[in-house]
Write a new protein. Structure first.
Length: 143
């Protein structure tokens, strides 16, 4: 019985599981969006949100704690300098969106992305609003 045992094992030993989750989170911080299975996305979200919270603090101790969890100094530097300053939320930085079932084994797939993906990617809300206004105007002209 799994009394008070948190987290998923994924049928791996501890070192393999840590490496898997570190790789997922590193890819997430590098690309801002990844596709993986739902279960892996939920576990990676737990680790990533803790590291993002460290990055939002921004002090030296937080940086060292983040590097201890994700030992890739280039990715941590990107997180602390580029990603974290743009985040305005107090929590809930990531979202898991179920997408499809994988063709080979029918595993349920999901996209793990930042909740403010457009803002982090460089798209502004003003550009989106202008595009919607243009589409409405074109619709009216077409009638």
């Amino acid at each position: 019985m799994r009394h008070k045992i948190s987290g998923r094992g994924f049928g791996r030993n501890t070192n393999q599981r840590k490496a898997l989750l570190r790789g997922l989170v590193t890819s997430l911080f590098e690309h801002l969006k990844i596709e993986t299975t739902v279960e892996k996305a939920r576990e990676a979200r737990r680790l990533a949100e803790r590291v993002i919270t460290f990055a939002r603090r921004g002090d030296v101790h937080s940086r060292r704690l983040a590097i201890s969890r994700i030992p890739n100094s280039k990715i941590i530097a990107k997180l602390f300098t580029e990603i974290a300053p743009k985040i305005t939320r107090s929590s809930g930085y990531l979202r898991v969106v179920k997408t499809r079932f994988r063709a080979g084994d029918n595993a349920s797939m999901a996209i793990l992305e930042f909740a403010d993906y457009g803002l982090l990617k460089g798209e502004t809300t003003e550009v989106k609003k202008e595009g919607k206004k243009k589409a409405k105007e074109e619709k009216k002209e077409g009638k």
